[in-house]
Design a protein around this ligand. Sequence first.
Ligand code: ATP
Ligand code: MG
Length: 463
Amino acid sequence: MIRKLFDKVFSRGRKAAPDRHPVVPGPSTIPVGQHGVTRDRISNNARRVTDTLQSHGYKAYVVGGAVRDIMLDRTPKDYDVATDATPEQVNAVFRRSRIIGRRFRLVHVMFGMDTIEVSTFRASQVSADHHQHKDEHGRLLRDNVFGDQAEDAVRRDFTVNALYYDPSTEEVIDYCGGVRDLEHRTLRMIGDPVERYREDPVRMLRAVRLAAKLGLNIERHTEAPIRELAPLMQNVPASRLFEEMLKLLLSGHAVACVERLRSQGLHHGLLPMLDVILEQPLGERFVMLALARTDERILEDKGVSPGFLFAALLWHEVLAAWNAAKDRGVPPVPAMHEAMDQVLSVQAEKISIPRRFGVDMKEIWLLQWRFEQRSGKRPYRVLESPKFRAGYDFLLLRCESGEVDAEVGDWWTRFQDASDGDRETMLLPPDKGAPKKRRRRRRPADAAGGDAPSLNGPEGGDA
Ligand code: ATP
Ligand code: MG
């Protein structure tokens, strides 16, 4: 589809895509006969939003990732709509809608579980300069000055993300050469990349994620400044970083993304300690295996738990802190609580892992200690844990990465399906199944002998 379109629209006398983004030449309006994206390719809800806004006299287009993905013959993950109606006007048109965001105000229009994001055309940099708030590094703190469609186009990040599709006319409007860049499989920043990364350092992450997900090459001027500007990621608010990390890790291309992040030097700023973990061979093997499994599950449309994923990313850090505490003579369970709290609190400063994921992560980590206990009644209680499945999958990954003897994973594989009689015979003798009981010290509830370590560890709290 793209090749046909390119030949029709751009072939006459054009050379290959130039290195630098050209000055915005005014929009090309591309009819359906040339691009082939008929309105039935657009979700019903997105069409309802554009139709309704248009019937109220506003302009409204499907924009961004959805247009890009359809033109690449992919199914869009979600739909964004751009309009000249203000957030208040959009909100007034749709009964089930609400205005969200501070830095970037937009409207969510809800249809059952589905949400369409509607944003008002943003003003260009020049006309908005006086009103935009930036920090000392040039990062935009607010971007709420409204403009027209052409201005909105150049405020977007990449040329391939600045295509507007009007479902009522089935036309694509291209201000920045996005169609040509799609044809060349090129991801190109609109405007001056350095300035655009300074305005919003998350665009560096987006470049890596979109290139990996869509198989695009990052144009060289778009790619060149990333390594040097990577430290700007430190100024991004923790909650936004978490959101972007999650998008990246759940893109179905996490392995490719992380490899690319490392080659760009971007992983340092992302997940504190991830760089340290990736430098240890066992840690790297484990993280990459976990990411590969996540990619497989996503591509097979199976669910993925963010708690599991973050537990895997940080496991070797927890392991190191756990071992260090045990070496200091702290009994295993309090030592595990100490390690978990230490790791989660460092992460919380940089990337705020939501509390509910923190709880899941702790349960999965604590189970790892409990899997070592294979005598008496303990293995039966482990089977009853609500997080058993996740903890067990985690254990198998540890075995596969070479951290834990494969025999332990095999034992749990057999134990869960064995008959009562067989289970009895599988139990290890007490001195092999669990570390010797220590004499109870200051905190009786948390001493090593406790059967089911409580989540409310000595340090309490989580991320
Ligand atoms: P996907 O949804 O597949 O992850 P996307 O490009 O649609 O990718 P969204 O976060 O849904 O990503 O953003 C929608 C559109 O908003 C983008 O296509 C782009 O035009 C614009 N946009 C998003 N983030 C930025 C940013 N940081 N700077 C400038 N424009 C952005
Ligand atoms: Mg999107």
